[in-house]
Structures are given as C-alpha cells and as structure tokens.
Design a protein around this ligand. Structure first.
Ligand SMILES: *Cc1c(COP(=O)(O)O)cnc(C)c1O
Length: 397
C-alpha cells in the first residue's frame, strides 16, 4: 500500500492519491474512468499472468484498458459475438479488421456505395499494399455473387447505404461470401444493434462507428468490431503494433451514451417514420428515401430485416436544385447543417457538397445523388418541432 508519510513535498506531489484505489472497501457502482497509461504489478509473476492472456490483468493502455474492455463487453453482449475490439475511430477499427485478415494479393469485394472514408481507405491506402479491391452493387445478390468469386478473402457491405438508404440483403450476401470461401464484414453503424444484429443474419464480423448511434451524443469518437476470437486477436495485434487504441475517456463516454441506446433507437425510429411520411406528403419534396416507407423500392426486404423499426436516417430530394438546397439549409432554425449523423439532435447534410464531394457528376448520377438531395439524421426531439422547422424552411425555397 502506498503512503506519502515523511516524504518531501516534491515527492508527495508525485504520489498523492496513489493508494486510494488499493485502500477502498467499497467498489464503484458504475464504471470509473481509468485514465492511466500504465498499471502497477505486485510481483513478477503478475507479468506472466498478463502475458498468458488474463483479460482482467492490464499493463499498458495501448494493449488494453478497463474502459476499452467495458465497451468491448457491451458490443459482445449486444451483437451476440465471441469477442470484440475497440479502436480510436470507426476507420481505425475497419483498418485493423482488414489488415489483420488480408495480405498483399488478396481480393476484397466491397459495396460501391460504401461510406466515403471506407472507400478512401481501400483505394488510397490498402490498394498501394497490393490488395485487390472490386466494387459492386450489393443490393442485388445475383450481381454481387458474380464478383464474389472463389479466392475472395473478404466481402464488405453496409446495412443501409449513405445517403440513399439502399438496404443490403445481408443473409443472401453472407451466403454468397461463404460459398466463395470469403468472410463477410457488415458495417451496421446506421441501424445499431438495437434494430439489427448482423451476426444472427450470417455476417462474420460487425463494425460500428460508435461515434454515431452507439454513443449518440456527438461528443466522442470510437469504433468497434465484433467477430470470432481469432479475428479479434489478430486485430488487437495490429492495434498494439500500429497504434489506434481507444482513449479511456472516449471509451467511458461511449459506454455512458450507450446506456440509453434502446430508448433512443425507439425514438429515432418513431420520429424517422413520422418525418419521412410528412416529407413524402410535402409539395416541395419530390422523393423520400426511407426503408420504412412503402414507396422505398426495397421496403419488403427492409420489413424482413428490420422488425423493430427502421432507424432515424433518411434522405429526400427537394424542388429547385442546388439553389433550392442552399435556401433550405439557410432557412432552418433548429436543425443544424452538420455533416455527421446519429446524434440525439436532428441534423442535415448535403451529400453532393460534403460526404460525396470527391465524386464526379457522372459518379454522383450513377449513385443517384443529386444537388437537390438532402440527408436528414432524425433526432429524438418532439416530432412536431422537427416537422415545423422542416416545413418553414421548405416554404422558403
Ligand atoms: C462514420 C462512419 C464510419 C467511420 O467512422 P468514424 O468513427 O468516423 O471513423 C464508417 N462507416 C459508417 C457507415 C459511418 O457512418
């Protein structure tokens, strides 16, 4: 037990408080923040215990930390997987997941409307190291299976695409992947494990940018991947060697945010459906993209996959092209133009100017994204307040 009795002020300043955690009789009810880069060992045998893999033994926060572990237990519990690892962002988790599995020459088949950061990771970074990346339309399983040929190592898709909410037929893509001997990684960020559990539908790994719904408060970044013990162990090795381990504070904030995930996803889904229906009936709106609407061309598939609600993400096309979009964005009062998503407050984004800015006009046309396309992340406010702000801004066009 540490004590500062009889020490000089200089030494006391260094050691004051060190013994509190050791002396405590009671334990904290909720997870404290373990802002410690290193942990103390009582003896040399404890080091052997750490190296033999005791998950309750910690050494150095890049290699593991109680706050990271708590978040990993949350992911395993919600997704029903074997193990999980967290990382400093969704992109860091995806990077570790791919580089732990694939080597130079391996073939990856990815959805053509993957999150922009994921496309950049594959094209700008990983292709340089010899990974062969093929993009295809994953909403059509027959088309996808023509690309997912034997020898494919990894198939990568998102549960619903950004911004047009095209739904991935997860079980059919999993079947195609497994037939070819590939593993299937599903990015489930847009639905959260409250509305969809990818492993139950055949995915081998599920990724979340917890920056979005799982944290839900737009105040921390993190990523998490749930997969087999072997895959997670290799990815941990990548994180240990390359860096990218999550800060204890961001892990703590994320775990705290996640406590209300069930309530939030109910509210996001209820408000999402209400706002989608409201927009569909609005004279200034020409089209709404929301899997919960009957007009969505994959509504039947969405109903099959999403039995607890369709989430809070939607997009819509407005009248007046880019000029109309500019007037609309400017006229909003409470809804912020903020190019992220899935927080408690409603935000909008303009994909052609933000997330898909790097796309050429023909690529945008191929994806179906126009200058008049607005993406809405429907929050948990009172739905009538969201509708009236949208309504007054649409009237300003
Ligand atoms: C935001 C996002 C990511 C990247 O996550 P970060 O936490 O920003 O690194 C990956 N996939 C999807 C679908 C996302 O929305």
């Amino acid at each position: 037990m540490s004590t500062t009795d009889g020490l000089s002020s200089t030494t006391i300043a260094v050691h004051a408080g060190d013994g509190i955690a050791e002396r405590m009789v009671t334990r904290a009810k909720t997870m404290p923040i373990f802002e410690s880069s290193v942990f103390v060992y009582d003896d040399l045998d404890s080091v052997d215990d750490f190296l033999s893999g005791n998950p309750d033994n910690y050494m150095y926060t890049r290699l593991g930390n109680p706050n990271q572990r708590a978040l990993e237990e949350l992911a395993v519990g919600l997704e029903g997987g074997s193990d999980a690892f967290c990382a400093t962002s969704g992109m860091a988790a995806l990077h570790a997941a791919i580089t732990s599995l694939c080597s130079s020459g391996d073939r990856i088949v990815a959805s053509r409307d993957l999150y922009g950061g994921s496309v950049s990771l594959l094209k700008k970074e990983l292709e340089r190291f010899g990974l062969v990346v093929v993009f295809c339309d994953m909403t059509d399983p027959e088309n996808a299976s023509r690309h997912i040929v034997p020898g494919t190592k990894l198939v990568l898709a998102e549960i619903t695409s950004n911004p047009l909410l095209r739904v991935c037929p997860v079980d059919l893509i999993a079947e195609a992947a497994h037939k070819a001997g590939a593993l299937f990684l599903l990015d489930n960020t847009f639905m959260s494990p409250m509305l969809f559990k990818g492993l139950e539908w055949g995915a081998d790994a599920v990724l979340h940018s917890t920056t979005k719904y799982i944290n839900g408060h737009s105040d921390a970044m993190a990523g998490i991947l749930t997969a087999s013990k072997e895959w997670v162990a290799s990815a941990r090795r990548v994180i240990a060697n390359a860096g990218g381990s999550l800060s204890p504070f961001d892990a703590w904030l994320t775990l705290r945010g996640a406590k209300t995930l069930g309530l939030r996803m109910k509210a996001h889904s209820e408000n999402g459906l209400r706002v989608a229906s409201f927009l569909e009936a609005h004279p200034q709106v020409t089209r709404v993209y929301y899997p919960g609407l009957e007009s969505h061309d994959q509504h039947a598939l969405a109903k099959r996959l999403f039995t607890k609600g369709f989430g809070g993400m939607l997009s819509f096309d407005i009248r007046g092209g880019l000029e109309g979009a500019k007037k609309f964005v400017k006229a909003l009062r409470n809804i912020a133009f903020a190019p992220s998503l899935a927080g408690v407050s409603t935000t909008i984004s303009h994909p052609a100017k933000t997330s898909h800015r790097g796309h050429s006009p023909s690529e945008l046309a191929e994806l179906g994204i126009g200058q008049e396309t607005i993406r809405l992340s429907v929050g948990i406010e009172e739905v009538s307040d969201i509708e009236s702000d949208l309504d007054q801004a649409l009237r300003a066009i």
